[in-house]
Design a protein around this ligand. Structure first.
Ligand SMILES: Cc1ncc(COP(=O)(O)O)c(C=O)c1O
Length: 410
């Protein structure tokens, strides 16, 4: 059965390591010799709480999370955090500045793709402060309407004392990622942030979490990620929250802040050790297996070097194909994501992309269709995709020059 598995280049939920899935099958039947499956055991059992502590410890050590920050687990995905970060950070700001009006309170959003755009729309919907666009990358793009790169640092316009400064580190749909090299023009402009105090810097790391080190991790107020790309199945949301952002949201509500639903309050989750209510036990278990495997392989350094090589090889093949007129890379050089590579197939008729997908599928490579909102092709190279699988795809990309033999199924 395992041999019939396709290579899943999908953007999420996405590939998980086969060894982990095999191990998880055993745990589903009998978790750690308890005689009870992981999906059946109490989240308050000592076996499960110890596993949760191990998961936290694995994230802390592999990512070098400082003790100023708590690691907490919740549900609701990245989308849940679009709301939760706003409510928690507005509560913090209200406690710091109780007398500001909603108009005077500002939330800064950096727009580099569809996900940060969605997050900003949710912030607007929730209200409680005005939303300031630090920069909209579309206005700096080649066609003035696409998200095709990280804008120049000079284009970022931060507010003086915002309640939060939001960015999405890797835009899964558009294939745009901030560079992890601080000397790159496509890096996040940390040096431009307002001076003094603790930055209310919030980062969506949903599609790059645990794929490489997080630059300036200690300077972030909140980092969040759904597990379903590099870490495990959907259903688990991981947060790294600086302690000053874990505030008494009810005290803030008494001062006029929007009340925070109890399961979204960082303080409620943190005080309860991420067990205020029933967590996603199965997802937590599989995430634990994934990160134990990562640790054995060499941790984040190992994945950083493998992921860099994988992305370099795919980009090189696409650039070479682009020079021959076969492909169009949608993202400017330097801003291209390591995790999600987006491009168009140009030659061999209007249905070139359908043919490309059919040809890939015939070779067992699936999940390559671009997001429905932007079309094209998207290759997701999350941690579970091996170098060998990447090389097979690269060979296909390079060889895809005379696909007349590929017939479209009706
Ligand atoms: C960067 C990013 N942020 C947020 C989300 C939304 O996550 P969820 O579907 O877990 O709510 C996604 C989903 O793919 C994503 O890629």
């Amino acid at each position: 059965m395992v041999n019939q598995r396709a290579v899943n280049f999908g953007a999420g939920p996405s590939a998980l390591p086969e060894s982990v899935l095999e191990e998880a099958c055993k745990g589903l039947l009998n978790f750690q010799g308890t005689g009870i499956g992981i999906a059946e055991i109490s989240h308050r059992s000592k076996e499960f709480t110890s596993l949760l502590a191990d998961l936290e410890n694995n994230i802390r050590t592999q990512l070098d999370v400082p003790l100023t920050h708590k690691i907490i687990f919740t549900q609701g995905g990245g989308t849940g955090q679009f709301s939760a970060v706003v409510l928690n950070m507005l509560a913090r700001h209200r406690l710091l500045h109780p007398n500001l009006s909603d108009e005077q309170r500002v939330m800064d959003y950096v727009l580099t793709g569809s996900w940060s755009k969605k997050a900003a729309a949710e912030a607007k919907r929730l209200g409680g402060a005005s939303v300031h666009t630090v920069v909209d990358a579309r206005t700096k793009s080649i066609d003035s309407k696409s998200f095709d790169g990280i804008p120049a640092h000079a284009d970022f316009d931060f507010s003086v004392d915002p309640a939060l400064i939001y960015y999405c580190e890797n835009e899964t749909v558009d294939g745009v990622q901030f560079s992890n090299d601080e000397t790159s023009p496509a890096s996040f402009p940390f040096h431009l942030l307002p001076t003094g105090g603790l930055w209310p810097l919030v980062a969506d790391y949903s599609s790059s979490f645990m794929s490489r080190k997080i630059p300036r991790i200690a300077d972030h107020a909140v980092i969040f990620a759904g597990a379903q790309k590099n870490v495990g199945p959907a259903g688990l949301t991981i947060l790294i929250v600086r302690q000053d952002c874990i505030v008494d949201v009810d005290a803030a509500a008494q001062l006029g802040a929007t009340p925070v639903p109890i399961t979204m309050s960082y303080k409620t989750i943190a005080d309860a050790g991420s067990l205020y209510n029933t967590p996603s036990t199965l997802s937590i278990y599989i995430a634990h297996l994934v990160l134990e495997r990562s640790k054995k392989l060499g941790g984040i350094e190992y994945f950083e070097s493998v992921n860099k090589r994988k992305a370099q090889r795919v980009y090189a093949a696409l650039r070479e194909g682009a020079d021959r007129g076969f492909y169009h890379l949608k993202v400017k050089e330097g801003s291209g994501s390591w995790m999600n590579i987006v491009f168009n197939v140009l030659k061999n008729g209007d249905d070139a992309e359908s043919k490309f997908l059919i040809g890939a599928e015939a070779l067992g490579m699936k999940g390559l269709k671009g997001h429905r909102s932007v079309g094209g092709i998207r290759i997701s190279l999350y941690n579970a995709i091996t170098e060998e699988q990447t090389d097979n795809l690269v060979a296909y990309i390079k060889g895809w020059t005379t696909p007349e033999s590929i017939t479209l199924s009706s």
